[in-house]
Design a protein around this ligand. Structure first.
Ligand code: SF4
Length: 122
C-alpha cells in the first residue's frame, strides 16, 4: 500500500472516496474512516456497530452496512457525520452490544424501536 501511494500519489494519501476505494483492500468503510479520522471530512463509516445500532434504533431498516450508509447520509445532518462512527462504536462496545444489549441502563431506550418492540411483546 505504501508503495502504491508513493508511486501513484506522490506519497500523499488520497482524500476522496472514489480514489481511496480503488486502493487494494480498501472498501467504503475504510475509505470513510480515512476521510473522517485523517482528514476530518464529513463521511459516515459504517461498521457492524453503526449498522446494528442504526437498525435497532429504527433510524434505518437495512440489510447491509452499505445500505445503512446511504440511508444515514439522507437522514442525518452532515454536521453530525464526523461523530457518528466514534459514538456508535463506543456505544456498541459498551451498551448496545451485539448479544444482550444493556437496554436497562440505556439512556436512549425511549427512542429505540428494538426496545419498544421487545417490551410490547412482554
Ligand atoms: S435500548 Fe437497547 S437496543 Fe436500543 S439502543 Fe439502547 S441498548 Fe441498544
Amino acid at each position: 500500500m505504501a508503495k502504491i501511494i508513493d508511486k501513484r500519489y506522490r506519497g500523499r494519501v488520497p482524500d476522496d472516496l472514489d480514489t481511496l476505494v480503488q486502493l487494494p483492500g480498501v472498501g467504503r468503510k475504510t475509505a470513510n474512516c480515512v476521510l473522517v479520522y485523517a482528514f476530518e471530512q464529513p463521511a459516515i463509516p459504517v461498521d457492524i456497530h453503526v449498522h446494528r445500532i442504526s437498525n435497532r434504533l429504527g433510524l434505518v431498516d437495512t440489510k447491509t452496512p452499505e445500505e445503512t450508509e446511504q440511508e444515514l447520509m439522507i437522514k442525518i445532518k452532515k454536521k453530525y457525520w464526523l461523530e457518528i462512527n466514534d459514538t456508535f462504536v463506543m456505544y456498541g462496545q459498551n451498551i448496545c452490544k451485539p448479544i444482550s444489549p444493556m437496554c436497562g441502563v440505556c439512556k436512549i431506550k425511549k427512542h429505540c424501536k428494538f426496545f419498544k418492540s421487545k417490551n410490547a411483546s412482554l
